[in-house]
Design a protein around this ligand. Sequence first.
Ligand code: AHR
Length: 328
Amino acid sequence: MKHKTAALLMVLLYAFFALCGCTKQEEPEKDDMIVIGMSQVGAESDWRQADTASMKSVFTEANGYRLLFDDARQEQENQFVAIRRFIQQKVDYIVVMPITEDGWDAVLKEAKDAGIPVILVDRMVNVKDDSLITAHVGSDFYAEGKKATDWMKEKYSNAEQVNIIHIQGTKGSTPQLGRTAALDDAVKTNPKWKVIARMDGDFTEAKTYEVMKEYLSNRDSLPQIDVVYCENDNEAYGAIKALESFGYKCGKDGVSVISFDATYNALVYCQKGKIALTVECNPLLGPLVESVIKTIEEGKVPEKNRYVEETAFKPEDITEELLASRKY
Ligand code: AHR
């Protein structure tokens, strides 16, 4: 009798675990797991948090990965330390979202010498030897900037003068370099455009609020501002807060605030008209990184550079369906 009860219990337990999809047999053996050392920039923006969530949802043990995740807290030195640790741990792949572009030659050469493929995500590095990088997955930041400046050309085609405040992202990072270059190129060909101030917002709301407030506080009289070109959504929130506290109106017939990323909150700001244009930058890169790894695991050579498709939104483009379907 005792035996029969025990057997029944076993069957019930097995059925329970099978229904949960959590039977031991379904999980890959620990030794078969692909080990990934990942060095993320930090948590400076909503975009970054969505990117981290995308990586963590793909690189799970259930999917056959052991993820060693390191948050560099916006310090490149922390990325070097993490990568050297991953090399010692003999990971299978190193995935890096580099904070800034310069200074990577030595540490990436160490990874190459150890035979560990390096996959760059989101941003790029500036290295002499291209073979230090196995693949890159991310956005074309210059193209994003061009979407913004094309919109400005149309909007201000009849204007006498366009006064622009430019809030930059982390200096020397790929999105800062690309989005800034697009604005600089457009300013050169539009003589009526004037960059009246350029500040470093470091991709954060707090820093942008601070620098914008300081700039406006130090003027004898408040300047005419037509466009505030913010290099991400969080900077736009900080800029709007500062502008409004000085009595500026953001939106139609007021200051045109431009942002990059088009995360959910920015779409809501845009729907309300406070952001005039938000240019999309897709953070959901986990599945693309996994496809690079799968390609390598199959013994094939992955595409060296993979850029994601992106668009831009104006207030009239923001529908309830779009908001409901936005995943970041
Ligand atoms: O590298 C992507 C950029 O970094 C995003 O635009 C920004 O929000 C993030 O911090």
